[in-house]
Design a protein around this ligand. Structure first.
Ligand SMILES: Cc1cc2nc3c(=O)[nH]c(=O)nc-3n(C[C@H](O)[C@H](O)[C@H](O)COP(=O)(O)O)c2cc1C
Length: 379
């Protein structure tokens, strides 16, 4: 069973839509749960005034009844409050770092308006809503996923999540950086964002996503396409402005010895082996190994600068400053929410592939049977 998501909609069009197909019947779907994720996606330090204009709310038009999935494809919509697409001016001076010029070259056009309306991260509202359906499915199976901010422009605001990710989520949601680190570091990062805003500049940073309760053995080592790491990497790299992804110690693993890096295998309580550490980030050979999954995604500073960068007028070929659109100073806190969503979706996709099932109860039973078999054989 393949779980799929597709979104449609422009930044200033009438609405955003998503279709999610491949969910089992009987999985809980709560509008309040999804709207809370949408609110978090719009919040955080560095978000543009537009985030305060839009108050996103999900509306289901198919596949959900009485707060449960029916097993049919799910369709959802989020209305845009700012729906001025038809009256917005053409964009002839592309922003360096955005999709404008590459999109104009892709289509052979001099007005990048249609490109930027779709490349805009407003799309992530529909994606977050669709992925939240998968996150609720995972939670019903005891799998929890949390995204949080690790750094802003090099300032470490990372804090370790509690073992109980739901408690950490409450702490994360209270932080305007969506971070778990200490208050002084967070205050320094907030001040750095304010400085950048004053200067008309933008900032990047790193987010971390942790997933607990993931059954061991998800994914497969056999082919690149079967690897959990391939799907998770693609899901995160598919998010706007993400320029790098790490699993576990990632790039940091290149500067330590193998003897320091690898997570020793130790006898476990139930007889199933445990691990001495989790530098692998819960994935070995493209498969979950039973430890928490830990991923990081690097976000570049945003391309829309109030102090516009040099560009060229695509009609004349003459130098001209890049167009300025309403924009965030940093979207790293918002990325924490989007990254959490797409990781949850990818994990759910692998759960569907591995365990199938037409109803949530069947999926739950299949996971239990898998765990029981591992205990029998290895325990
Ligand atoms: C949550 C989120 C919010 C974003 N907000 C902005 C923004 O306000 N201004 C901007 O220029 N880019 C923003 N971006 C990034 C652009 O969408 C992205 O840079 C652009 O689509 C080009 O794609 P690329 O950076 O992956 O090459 C945001 C990205 C995310 C994930």
């Amino acid at each position: 069973m393949e779980l799929l998501i597709e979104t449609a909609g422009e930044s200033h069009g009438p609405m955003l839509s998503a279709i999610v197909a491949g969910m089992p019947a009987g999985s809980p779907v709560s509008e309040a749960y999804i709207n809370a994720r949408l609110k978090a996606r719009q919040g955080g330090a560095g978000a543009s005034p537009r985030q305060r204009t839009e108050r996103d709310e999900v509306h289901f038009t198919a596949g959900v009844r009485d707060g449960r999935t029916t097993g049919n494809p799910i369709a959802l919509q989020i209305k845009n409050r700012d729906k001025t697409y038809e009256s917005l001016p053409p964009v002839h001076t592309p922003r360096p770092g955005h999709a404008d010029l590459a999109g104009a070259l892709n289509r052979g056009i001099t007005d990048a308006r249609d490109v930027l309306e779709r490349s805009s991260a407003r799309e992530t509202a529909a994606r977050v809503a669709g992925c939240a359906i998968a996150a609720e499915f995972l939670e019903a199976l005891g799998i929890h996923v949390l995204g949080h901010t690790a750094t802003i422009h090099g300032i470490e605001v990372h804090g370790d999540p509690d073992a109980d990710l739901e408690a950490a989520r409450a702490r994360r949601d209270e932080s305007e950086l969506h971070a778990l680190g200490d208050a002084d570091a967070q205050a320094e990062a907030v001040a750095r964002i304010a400085e950048a805003k004053k200067a008309g500049d933008t900032l990047g940073g790193i987010v971390e996503v942790v997933a607990t309760g993931v059954p061991a053995g998800l994914g497969g080592h056999e082919r690149p396409a079967t690897k959990l790491s391939t799907g998770l990497g693609a899901a995160l790299m598919g998010v706007q402005a993400v320029k790098g992804v790490e699993i576990g110690l990632g790039f940091g693993s290149t500067t330590v010895l193998g003897s320091e890096l690898h997570d020793v295998i130790v006898p476990g309580e139930s007889g199933v082996p445990g691990r001495g550490s989790n530098n692998a980030g819960g994935i070995e050979g493209g498969m979950s190994n039973g430890e928490p999954i830990v991923l990081r995604a690097a976000m570049k500073p945003l391309a829309t600068l109030r102090q516009a960068l040099p560009s060229v007028d695509l009609r004349t070929g003459e130098a001209a400053p890049a167009r300025v659109e309403r924009s965030d100073v940093t979207a790293v806190p918002r990325l924490a929410i989007v990254a959490e969503a797409v990781v949850a979706f990818e994990l759910a996709r692998h759960v569907r592939r591995r365990f199938g099932g037409a109803h949530l109860d069947e999926v739950r039973a299949a996971i239990e049977a898998h765990r029981a078999r591992i205990r029998d054989v290895l325990g």
